[in-house]
Structures are given as structure tokens and as C-alpha cells.
Write a protein of this length. Structure first.
Length: 79
């Protein structure tokens, strides 16, 4: 991520960049923010086709553990 690493709102300590993997059938991938409310799909679990999806990045405070989760404004890459 090209944006600066934020400081923790609680501790004023520089946070650490990371991500939260979504594991499906033993395959890890980055969690994506998806626009709208979740709708069940018969075959796919949830309907996501045609919805805006953004990769996410998470920052963690090494002192207190506070997590801040962002979905930067660029569309998710296909996986």
C-alpha cells in the first residue's frame, strides 16, 4: 500500500501493516470489501458478480492491538 502507515489513535504508536486472510478449501486470499448487503447464492455462497469489490489492508498497533481496516479506493485484482 502506498499510503502512509497511521499512528494508533489510542497509543500514538506507529501501526504495523498487515492483512487478514480468508481461507477457503485450504487456499488463503486477501479479504475483500464488497458493496451492498450480502445475498445468498445457490452455488457460490454469496452473490458478488457485478458488485464493486476492493482489496483490504489492516493496520495493527503493536502496543495495544487495536486494528484499523481499510479498503483503498482501487478495484480488487482478479484471483
Amino acid at each position: 500500500m502506498s499510503k502512509p502507515v497511521p499512528d494508533c489513535p489510542a497509543c500514538a504508536v506507529r501501526m504495523q501493516e498487515g492483512f487478514i486472510p480468508d481461507v477457503d478449501h485450504g487456499r488463503a486470499r486477501r479479504v475483500r470489501w464488497t458493496e451492498g448487503r450480502p445475498e445468498k447464492s445457490v452455488l457460490q455462497g454469496l452473490k458478488v458478480k457485478g458488485k464493486l469489490q476492493l482489496d483490504t489492508v489492516t493496520f495493527r498497533c503493536p502496543k495495544c492491538g487495536w486494528l484499523i481496516w481499510f479498503a483503498p479506493a482501487s478495484p480488487a485484482s482478479g484471483e
